[in-house]
Design a protein. Sequence first.
Length: 127
Amino acid sequence: MSVNTDRHQTAATRYFEAWNATDPEALREAVAEAWVPEGTYTDPLADVAGHAQITAVITAAHERFPGFAFRPLGPVDGHHDTVRFGWELVNEADGSAPVAGFDVVTLSEDGRIRQVLGFLDRVPSGA
């Protein structure tokens, strides 16, 4: 049995706000709101720690996929300090979603992200 609380939903919302920020200052602020300073992000393509490195990964994703936005795919699920959710990267012009994945997030006591373990379920060929 899982228990989704406002805390879990808030963490996921902040996570997507960070991933969808394209203005450099807004991105820095969104990462600081979503992650603790020593927070980490790990997926098959990245293994980084700290706000600057997380910001760089997000910036690189926007450079690789301009005009795309990260969207939740299904409900946010969580218990204790753990949150999980699916997501997809959607082309805002035509609605296609060439990239999709699933993340497991560990929260700190203040509700910010301590660790993200990401999995890629759908990627374009050559990625």
